[in-house]
Design a binder for this molecule. Structure first.
Ligand code: GLN
Length: 453
């Protein structure tokens, strides 16, 4: 069948079902059908690439030229991006069809999707529950079959945790593997874009499209890009899998633990060698992250001042009034909380006590992983301590929400790649096995995810 038929199928599903999942902020129907017609033409002219004609949903954090790019915020509710991000441009060039832009926590701050200005997306497995966050709209769209693949971004778990909660596959690449150009910044030293899909194979194909050096992002890396589909079928015989004892300790929900242990048994059945390891910095990763990420966010978000783009308050009296009311009215509670924490941690009197300490902890976390990878090829464990919980159940409890990130944020602080693969169900809701690899070992992670699935 043609790309126009396939695209129409997904657009119809979005029309009839997205009132329940609220996965999309914007649906770009006309543009999608045009792209699909072009892809069909290219195919009949013999110019098709592997993914041309396949629909995709993009997280609303990627600037897409001529299309609203809200980042889940009132601040950018009226923002039409004047240029295209590298990731979406690469997808367009590969012939992928953009169905629309997906819901997310405001400025990617959150683990539940509830901080979105557009209301939370819901979990397709139980729409009274959260899809996870911040890339919850992308995860819900793929899980509900409203899109076959999607993009996400992960600063502290935002690809992996919603993938786990919605029962799909998500990969956070090595820092620098995928360009951040045109991706609205949250915490620049942690942010990384990656694929979200039903299978590791689909994620591999999408990563092939997304990855690579980009001179417009000075942190993107010149390391050669693998063909991520090439090693999918490698045997797991002799693979050394590290199980950090800190990831199976107190705080991990019992049913999630049972599901993850069963997944790890399956790896063992396929020839993997299990080894207990220790990542002793696990417990200090949350405090370090919740200083570093807000510090970077407070600097990045200073550009939203009502002057150049986005929201501006009504009838400002003077410049100061415009700044304060624009930011006071345009940002939601979680974003304001982060800006205040970040500005405090960076202020002259507290810099050494908080920011510098957090950076020192960050180095220790990285060292912990470097040491672990001397003994094992990959690290396995849960993605999140729980499955999806009820919408509203922790809404006014930011600390409980921050604790959800315990197994994901160390990976971002160290800049490592990690894959979440569906690991069955715990108490009726999906949960995901997390596999952490050494730098630029995305192929190995996708190989394990593929063999496991
Ligand atoms: N939950 C984490 C936070 O709120 C991670 C978010 C993300 O990865 N974008 O900061």
């Amino acid at each position: 069948f043609s790309s126009v038929e396939l695209t129409t199928h997904y657009l119809d599903r979005i029309k009839s079902l997205d009132s329940q999942t609220n996965a999309f902020i914007t649906v770009t129907e006309e543009q999608a059908l045009q792209q699909a017609a072009d892809a069909d033409k290219a195919r009949s002219a013999g110019n098709a690439t592997q993914l041309s004609g396949i629909p995709i949903a993009h997280k609303d954090i990627f600037c897409t030229e001529g299309v609203k790019t809200s980042c889940g915020s009132k601040m950018l509710d009226n923002f039409i991006a004047p240029y295209e991000s590298t990731v979406t441009e690469k997808c367009n060039n590969a012939g992928l069809i953009m169905l629309g832009k997906t819901n997310m926590d405001e400025f990617a701050m959150g683990s539940t999707n509830e901080s979105s200005f557009y209301g939370p997306s819901t979990n397709p497995w139980d729409t009274t529950k959260i899809p996870g966050g911040s890339s919850g709209g992308s995860a819900a769209a793929v899980a509900a079959r409203l899109a076959p693949i999607a993009t996400g971004t992960d600063t502290g778990g935002s690809i992996r945790q919603p993938a786990s909660m919605c029962g799909i596959t998500g990969l956070k690449p090595t820092y620098g593997r995928v360009s951040r150009w045109g991706m609205i910044a949250f915490a620049s030293s942690l942010d990384q874009a990656g694929p979200m899909a039903q299978t590791a194979e689909d994620a591999a194909m999408l990563l092939n499209t997304m990855a690579g050096l980009d001179l417009k992002d000075s942190t993107s890396m010149d390391t050669p890009v693998d063909d991520y589909t090439a090693d999918l079928n490698n045997s797991l015989e002799g693979l050394r899998v590290g199980l950090p004892k800190e990831y199976f300790a107190e705080g991990l929900n019992d049913s999630v633990k049972t599901a993850i242990e069963a997944a790890i048994k399956e790896l063992e059945k396929q020839g993997a060698i299990l080894k207990e390891i220790s990542l002793s910095t696990t417990s200090i990763a949350i405090p370090a992250y919740y200083v570093i990420a807000p510090a970077e966010a407070s600097a990045n978000l200073s550009r939203f001042d009502g002057v150049r783009y986005g929201y501006r308050c009504e009838d400002p009296q003077d410049l100061m009034d415009m700044y304060t009311r624009t930011r006071g009215e345009g940002f939601g509670d979680e974003v304001k909380r982060r800006i205040m924490i970040g500005a405090y941690a960076l202020s002259a009197g507290y810099y050494d006590a908080y920011y510098k300490k957090a950076q020192q902890v960050r180095r220790l976390i990285k060292n912990d992983f470097i040491k672990a990878f001397e003994e094992v090829d990959v690290i396995a464990g849960p993605t999140a301590p729980t499955t999806a919980f009820g919408i509203g159940s922790i809404k006014n409890d930011p600390v409980t929400m921050y604790l959800e990130d315990i197994f994901t944020i160390s990976v971002n602080l160290a800049g490592l790649p990690a894959l979440t693969a569906p690991a069955g169900f715990a108490d009726g809701m999906p949960t995901g096995l997390q596999l952490i690899g050494n730098y630029f070992q995305e192929s190995k992670l996708l190989n394990i995810g593929h063999k496991y699935q």
